[in-house]
Design a protein around this ligand. Structure first.
Ligand code: ADP
Ligand code: MG
Length: 247
């Protein structure tokens, strides 16, 4: 945990355009070290774009995004290293099919961080154990269930020692019976103090694990509330409308 009062992630006045279309409007969001922020909202509201901007997969049109006080763009640091500050887990796992679970986990630490293969592998085995997959290190993605593949993807993100983890609908591509095993890993990470921004439609998870819920609609943050408040007395009409459809 950071000792300063500075938020771990500071998103201030962020606007994002694709061509002439503005998809993020004046986004302000501070995330404290150890905090779990769950982002919800209808399809097309800009949730993925916001994550991708924090992860530097997209550039922002204006505003600032800083992680641990380092603003974007930061001078003198390579983009790959910067990206590693924010680990991202996608809906569609994105594992390399020709690599085993362990090889997927060690790839970036070796290639980007320059760690020795032996060190990366022993760390990688511990991470696989942490997500409940100690016995799957040598399995290929095709030999794993969707839930297991997503847990490998989480171990892979953790392998870069990120300061914040971004999850973009991590369970949306999973069969229902596999959703909980992935959410359990997220709950555990939260309990260990990992700072997380989680885009999800899993309202049970949001209620239980979120410190704050962010509701987005049409590229804007309409409401930021603690879950107890958000789910019982949403402040915005459109939050209430969204909840009436998903609960
Ligand atoms: P969400 O994740 O909430 O469903 P997105 O962030 O994916 O929303 O999309 C927000 C808006 O930005 C949508 O209107 C989408 O069509 C648009 N958009 C997303 N990515 C691109 C892109 N690469 N080029 C153009 N428009 C995009
Ligand atoms: Mg999305």
């Amino acid at each position: 945990m950071s000792t300063s009062a500075e938020p771990l992630v500071r998103i201030a006045g962020v606007n994002k355009h694709f061509g002439r279309t503005q998809v993020l409007h004046d986004i302000d969001l501070d995330v404290a070290a150890g905090e779990v922020v769950v982002v919800i909202g209808p399809s097309g509201s800009g949730k993925s774009t916001l994550c991708r901007c924090v992860n530097r997969l997209e550039t922002i049109t204006s505003g600032t995004i800083a992680i641990d006080g380092v603003p974007l763009p930061a001078e003198g640091r390579q983009l790959a290293g910067l990206r590693a500050d924010a680990g991202m887990v996608f809906q569609s796992f994105n594992l390399f099919a020709h690599l085993t679970a362990l090889q997927n986990v060690v790839l970036a630490p070796v290639k980007v961080r320059g760690r020795s293969r032996a060190d990366a592998e022993s760390a990688g085995r511990l991470l696989l154990a942490r997500v409940g997959l100690a016995d799957k290190a040598d399995s290929y993605p095709a030999e794993l269930s969707g839930g297991q593949q997503q847990r490998v993807a989480i171990a892979r993100a953790l392998a870069m020692d990120p300061k914040v983890l971004l999850f973009d609908e991590p369970t949306s591509a999973l069969d229902p019976e596999m959703i909980q095993e992935v959410l359990d890993v997220l709950v555990e990470l939260a309990a260990e103090g990992m700072t997380m921004i989680v885009v999800t439609h899993e309202m049970g998870f949001a209620r239980k694990a979120a410190d704050r819920v962010v509701f987005m609609d049409e590229g804007r943050i309409l409401e930021i509330s603690p879950p107890a408040e958000f789910f019982t007395s949403p402040r915005h009409e459109r939050s209430a409308d969204f909840l009436s459809k998903v609960l």
